[in-house]
Design a protein around this ligand. Structure first.
Ligand code: NAP
Ligand code: MG
Length: 404
């Protein structure tokens, strides 16, 4: 069989621990035998990040901007314990945070759904994609533990030194807490553009919700910016495709989401998206089945699994024990990136290969072969628990059949 040729390279970002093991296995078994793979390789494993003072992460993000499509393995975000474990020079920031800041992107998370995996919410028969604004709010705030009586004030001084806002937030009589958060119009605009474009490209309705009735300036600004951008840039195309943009209050949205059948994108502010994406992921089943793509407003795509490096399984692997780690979300990161590369470069064979890779993976599970996490969830009579590499080899058998 002739291998599929590529034109433009994919930006390949390797990572850490169990997912780094999976990365190599799935490339060797599921991609390299079939695709004459062109990638620009960046090793974002913690050792290499430390060696390069984390410059490698910035270079990888710049490469995503240059080529437009990247695929990333899960990586360790160092904490105090990792400082000792890896003897690090510094406590580096989260690579995902660095990449997101450079691409100015929005993260879309969607579960891989299957008939044999019943969501906890019975009415959900299509995936729900969460779009989380990944900038500002409580993640970039000033906060203070108020020790006792005193006045909390909020003040804005413009660039000419004029105080244009100066209000008392609260007169404390007793100890308490205090926080100041912000966001920027241009970041909210990027978020809105990424959401509308992603809705159009995946042909799904877009829901957006905030608490604008209570937060009449802060949250209302989000609502107004989304509405303006929709009216100016996207309304006509949404209507042409029969898609809906729907704004509602967050509490109303929660109730509607639970009653819905799924099949739409739910855009949320930073904190709301953080919380709701874990809720939706858990209700759909396993974290190992959650895909994630970072989309920038100028059309760059970075695909990855939503889960981490699965440290516990890695330590077992190092002890020589056999593991049953689910590679589905990492496989779908590769298929997502290869499909997008194929679409952008007009290579139908590559798009077709990406679709068949997904089909082979889904059919493998549907035929009863799966990793331990899914065996606990799947509603099927006959299930065979596979090892990490056993599962990937089973997918390869199916893929070869589909491509033959
Ligand atoms: P995790 O790697 O997502 O794993 C948490 C638990 O979820 C695992 O112990 C396992 O449960 C289950 N799980 C997750 N993915 C699985 C898979 N593919 N197959 C089977 N089970 C799976 O989260 P963590 O242990 O909190 O974090 C580990 C490291 O990953 C940390 O250093 C963190 O910084 C990093 N991290 C990176 C990213 C990223 O790069 N995007 C995201 C999150 C975390 P059982 O042990 O019960 O089997
Ligand atoms: Mg969270």
């Amino acid at each position: 069989m002739q291998k599929i040729q590529m034109k433009t390279p994919l930006v390949e970002m390797d990572g850490d621990e169990m997912t780094r093991i999976i990365w190599k296995m799935l490339k060797d078994e599921l991609i390299l035998p079939f695709v004459d793979l062109k990638t620009e390789y960046y090793d974002l494993g913690l050792v290499k990040r430390d060696e390069t003072d984390d410059k490698i992460t910035v270079e990888a993000a710049e490469a995503c901007k240059k080529y437009g499509v990247g695929v990333k393995c899960a990586t360790i975000t160092p904490n105090a314990q990792r400082m000792t474990e890896y003897n690090l020079k510094r406590m580096y920031k989260s690579p995902n945070g660095t990449i997101r800041a450079i691409l100015d992107g929005t993260v879309f998370r969607a579960p891989i759904t299957m008939d044999c995996l019943k969501p906890s919410v019975r009415s959900w028969n299509k995936p729900i994609t969460i779009a989380r604004h990944a900038y500002g709010d409580i993640y970039k705030c000033q906060e203070y533990r108020v020790p006792g009586p005193g006045r909390a004030e909020i003040k804005f001084t413009d660039e000419n030194g004029n105080v244009t806002f100066d209000e008392t937030v609260f007169e404390f009589k007793t100890p308490g807490v205090l926080m100041g958060t912000y966001n920027k119009d241009d970041s909210i605009e990027s978020f809105a553009n990424a959401c509308f474009q992603y809705a159009l490209s995946t042909k799904q309705d877009l829901w957006f919700s905030t608490k604008d009735t209570i937060s009449k300036k802060y949250d209302h600004t989000f609502k107004d910016i989304f509405q303006r951008i929709y009216d100016e840039k996207y309304k006509a195309e949404f209507e042409k495709l029969g898609l809906e943009y729907f704004y509602t209050l967050i509490d109303d949205a929660v109730a509607r989401v639970i009653r819905s059948n799924g099949g739409f994108i739910w855009a949320l502010k930073n904190y709301d998206g953080d919380v709701m994406s874990d809720m939706v992921a858990t209700a759909f089943g396993s974290l190992a089945m959650m895909t994630s793509v970072l989309v920038s407003p100028d059309g760059n795509y970075e695909y990855e699994a939503a889960h981490g490096t699965v440290t516990k399984h890695y330590y077992k692997h190092l002890e020589g024990e056999s593991t049953s780690t689910n590679s589905m979300a990492t496989i779908f990161a590769w298929s997502g990136a290869l499909r997008k590369r194929g679409e952008l470069d007009g290579i139908n064979e590559l798009v077709d290969f990406a679709n068949k890779l997904e089909q082979a993976s889904l059919e493998t599970i549907a035929s009863g072969f799966m990793t331990k996490d899914l065996a606990l969830l799947a509603d099927m009579d006959k299930k065979t628990v596979c090892t990490t590499d056993g599962f990937i080899k089973k997918i390869r058998e199916r893929l070869e059949m589909l491509l033959a």
